[in-house]
Design a protein around this ligand. Structure first.
Ligand code: HEM
Length: 510
């Protein structure tokens, strides 16, 4: 019956079933006679095929294309006057990190060199629990209310009918949502496509709270400045540099780490006293805006170095679950509505994508402390489930208890509950910072920006989408608007349509 012998050798231990029983034959399925049908009793075959059918977990609804690496964060400057977070308590202190970079819109397999924001997620495995900073390589975002996030993402994803990203959807939403002007200017500019993951900065993007040992709070924004220098990839250079490899960015980072060339980022914060926020010239919690570095200069905190490429992509990069709600004592949220929405969104996504016990996956559980909760049971609980210990609190049999020490400071609130637009400050508008960004660019950079925008905008089907979009760019800077308008007109006169074969190279994402 056995058609092939296998020799047991230290490098080739016995193959087993998932339950540990030796497998007699991994080459030939069991059949009824040499040429008969396959037998139900072939447990090894059935288990192998069934497990294979379940190899994929749902991909992330956004940020599906991911590139992960492990490393270390080291404090280089004393910030203990601002935060009591233990991992930031003294110069020289080191904390293990896991970082996942990503693109936003593409499905798995989409080119990782697409023009798109890059996700920049960092999990700090601190002794007070895991602290997650789930930012992007842009200091700002498209929208300022979480209610709009699903609509915005739908415009970036494949159209329900055509199944490709449609310039109509991208630009229609833009023309009707002026707050996107700043981020669109950023994205269609040179930094919208970094040359590699190590040649871009990262940002926490939102405003967060730091609180010190005396309970005094400040508002902070995080900056991860690349130590490799900023380098970008123009539309013209894209094919030459990537050679059409859809995993160009992944390979570049893996090769660099494997060769011992470890990329690093200098981590800095801008700090705003609590008292400044109500009267700052724009709402400091609005994610479509950056804080002036003249008003709030960057202060160094530490350095993050990536020095470990994971041995198994699925185990770490795919199963990693970052959550902006994962704070540690001394760090907390701000009233930024986008951040507040995200505090719900990620844990919910993980429970759907990885199951309710996703915390137990090694990349997600705390590495420098132990989680102690009264949560029990649930799908695929693998850690002993709390053993015989009591699963309720308070109890008289021992077990974890609260600290009674708030982990971050309270924030004053007033008024009645309701669906309010953002409170306007003196300079709250959608265009000032977009115009400033445009005017910061030199002439060749402005030209590349206008060309990239026009390449995509020229292919929409309705004139009012063009005029609405141009109006936003013109409100940022009249020259900017006029140049986009002229470039779109020229391309439309040359016959640009939604079916343009150049679409791939010029559209915003995939
Ligand atoms: C991933 C929701 C805004 C950065 C995700 C995921 C969801 C989500 C559901 C997939 C999570 C998973 O399955 O693991 C939202 C919502 C937002 C929002 C509802 C607005 C209310 C933002 C913003 C940023 C951001 C403003 C950056 C500043 C990321 C990153 C990832 C991600 C980096 C990938 C995390 C990873 O590497 O696993 N988001 N998002 N998101 N989001 Fe958001």
């Amino acid at each position: 019956m056995v058609t092939q012998d296998t020799t047991t050798h230290p490098a080739n231990p016995t193959l087993t079933t998932a339950d540990g029983a030796p497998v007699a034959n991994n080459q030939n399925s069991q059949t009824a006679g040499p040429n008969g049908p396959i037998l139900m009793q072939d447990h090894h075959l059935i288990e192998k095929l069934a497990h294979f059918n379940r190899e994929r977990v749902p991909e992330r609804v956004v940020h599906a294309v991911g590139i992960g690496a492990g490393g270390v964060f080291e404090v280089t400057n004393d910030v203990s006057q601002y935060t009591c977070a233990a991992f930031l308590s003294e110069v020289g202190k080191k904390t293990e990190v896991f970082t996942r970079f990503s693109t936003v819109a593409g499905a798995q397999g989409a080119p990782d060199s697409a023009r798109d924001p890059r996700g920049f997620s960092v999990k700090f495995y601190t002794e007070e629990g895991n602290y997650d900073l789930v930012g992007n390589n842009t200091p700002i975002f498209f929208i300022r209310d979480p209610l709009k996030f699903p609509d915005f993402i739908h415009t970036q994803k494949p159209d329900p009918r055509t199944k490709v990203q449609e310039p109509d959807n991208v630009w229609d939403f833009f023309a009707l949502s002026p707050e996107l002007t700043h981020q669109f200017t950023w994205l269609f500019g040179d930094r919208g496509r970094p040359k590699s993951l190590q040649n871009m900065d990262g940002f926490g993007s939102h405003t967060f709270q730091w609180v010190n040992a005396e309970g005094k709070g400040v508002w902070v924004k995080y900056h991860f400045k690349t130590d490799q220098g900023i380098e970008c990839l123009s539309d013209d250079d894209l094919l030459d540099v990537t050679g059409g490899n859809p995993e160009y960015m992944l390979s570049e980072l893996r090769d660099s780490i494997d060769a011992g060339k470890f990329p690093s980022w200098t981590v800095m914060v801008q700090i705003m006293p609590f008292e400044d926020a109500p009267n700052y010239r724009f709402n400091p919690f609005d994610l479509t805006k950056t804080w002036s570095q003249k008003d709030y200069p960057k202060i160094e905190v530490g350095r993050m170095t990536l020095n470990r490429w994971p041995d198994n992509y699925f185990a770490e990069t795919e199963q990693s679950a970052f959550n902006p709600a994962n704070f540690v004592p001394g760090i907390g949220p701000s009233p930024d509505k986008m951040l507040q929405g995200r505090l719900f969104g990620y844990g919910d996504a993980h429970r759907y994508r990885l199951g309710t016990n996703y915390h137990q996956v090694p990349v997600n559980h705390p590495h420098a402390t132990k989680a102690r909760t009264y949560g029990r049971d649930g799908l695929t609980r693998v850690d002993g489930n709390g053993g015989a210990s009591k699963n309720y609190e308070p109890n008289s049999f021992g077990g974890p208890v609260q600290t009674s020490v708030p982990t971050y400071a309270g924030v004053p609130v007033d008024g009645l509950s309701g669906s309010y637009p953002w409170t306007l400050h003196e300079q709250d508008d959608d265009f000032t910072q977009a115009g400033e960004l445009y005017r910061l660019m030199d002439e060749p950079a402005r030209q590349r920006l206008v060309t990239a925008i026009a390449g995509s905008l020229s292919r929409v089907s309705k004139e009012e989408i063009v005029s609405g979009s141009v109006a936003h760019f013109a409100a940022a800077d009249p020259e900017y608007g006029a140049r986009v308008e002229a470039a779109v007109k020229k391309l439309r006169a040359q016959g640009a349509t939604a079916d343009d074969p150049q679409k791939e190279a010029a559209t915003m994402v995939v």
